[in-house]
Design a protein around this ligand. Structure first.
Ligand code: FE2
Length: 390
């Protein structure tokens, strides 16, 4: 590190609560200070790690009933759309951008309609937002129960607002790298080991490079719609096994290796608001299928990941500009950031509030999104054709 880079008042070098240095954009620091966030004891703040895996598992306390605000919404979303300058569908299957609205100003009726819109379109974007981390937390509390991570970096004084920064990740040895292995983050869904994983998830990116660092999202509804009906029936009763990102000491063997939390959830999930079925797997955190040997589940999971990750009509790629908020439905999607910005530029930084939702379920009344929208279900080709034979 050069002496010049250590001048802290230019916002380039910042110190975490653990005393590690990383780069933080001036734009980010200005946002935090304008919101009255006290960063004098280090930014971000790292809570003390839970001492054992059972403690980490109990962190959420008792189960609760998630009352999804999307259920209260006017299906036509008149209050939300009526106040927007423009509403742009980004692809037929996934993604909408709303122009001319501030998330910080939404009425409760508009928040309900936003929840329904996110449930239907999977991810909704708002550029040029003035929302503070506190405002983000308030909105997140309206949309569900903000997740308070037991050990991840957070905005000081705001449990529930997680800091997303690859510059920060470097301080504990995770590097963004075009070599890793496809130049992207692994496709994933956040916090799927939670007993009640997040539904609406809000990332506000306050700074980032002028070019690079886009994020992809893929629709679990569209992935589900591509599966053969017979395969859907096979998957219907099955549960995937989802591991946590973080490892915790094992209470049975405190000096042994640290362990992840592993939780079972249905592989096919019904959205409580839309009633649509979604494929619920992700390559990063799904580690098996309950009741199947790993050797049996691995090829099946591989096929499901392939459908999800390779179907470009299920996906969109979003180019961020500083001050953009993305709100996505973590129940029915996977996402991945592109690692093409490791060569300099403004440090990418965001604040995330994940609103925990219901215990995942698969309802016998769930329907495919295409069927619900009256779209052609497509053709099933059962036999692989061999050129020149038939
Ligand atoms: Fe993520």
């Amino acid at each position: 590190m050069t002496a010049a880079a250590k001048i802290t008042n230019n916002g380039d070098v910042n110190v975490t609560s653990l005393g590690k240095e990383f780069r933080l954009a001036k734009r980010t620091k200005d946002r935090l200070l304008a919101a009255g966030i006290d960063i004098s004891a280090g930014y971000p703040y790292y809570p003390d790690k839970p001492k054992d895996v059972s403690l980490a598992g109990q962190f959420r306390g008792e189960a609760w009933e998630h009352d999804d605000p999307g259920k209260r919404a006017d299906p036509e979303k008149k209050a939300l759309f009526g106040a927007a300058e423009k509403v742009v569908k980004l692809t037929p299957n996934i993604g909408t951008e709303i122009i001319g609205l501030q998330l910080s100003q939404l009425t409760d009726t508009q928040k309900d309609e936003l929840a329904l819109l996110v449930a239907e379109r999977t991810v909704v974007f708002f550029r040029d937002q003035d929302i503070t981390p506190q405002g983000q937390l308030e909105l997140g509390a309206y949309l569900g129960r903000p997740e308070i991570h037991p050990s991840a970096a957070r905005v000081p004084g705001l449990p529930g607002v997680t800091v997303i920064s690859d510059e920060l990740a470097r301080t504990y040895g995770v590097n963004i790298d075009f070599q890793s292995p496809f130049g992207t983050q692994e496709w994933h869904t956040d916090l799927t080991h939670e007993p009640q994983p997040p539904g609406y998830t809000h990332l506000h990116l306050d700074a980032g490079p002028e070019v690079g660092g886009d994020t992809y999202w893929a629709s679990g509804y569209t992935a589900y719609d591509k599966l053969s009906p017979t395969l859907r029936a096979v998957l219907d009763p099955l549960e995937g096994l989802f591991r946590s990102e973080h490892l915790y000491p094992d209470p049975e063997n405190p000096d042994g290796p640290r362990k992840p939390i592993i939780t079972a959830h249905p592989l096919i999930r019904t959205h409580p608001v839309t009633g649509w079925k979604s494929l619920f797997v992700n390559r990063r955190y799904t580690v098996g299928i309950k009741g199947l040997k790993a050797a049996d589940s691995a090829p099946l999971l591989q096929q499901l990941y392939d459908v999800y990750e390779h179907s470009l009509d299920a996906q969109l790629r979003w180019k961020w500009t500083p001050g953009t908020s993305a709100i996505w439905d973590n129940r029915v999607s996977i996402h991945s950031a592109v690692y093409d910005y490791g060569d300099g530029g403004e440090p990418r930084h965001g604040t995330r509030v994940s609103s925990l939702a219901e215990v995942p379920f698969n309802s016998p009344n769930g329907v495919s999104r295409r069927a619900a929208l009256g779209l052609d279900p497509g053709k099933i080709v059962e036999v692989k054709k061999v050129a020149g034979t038939y």
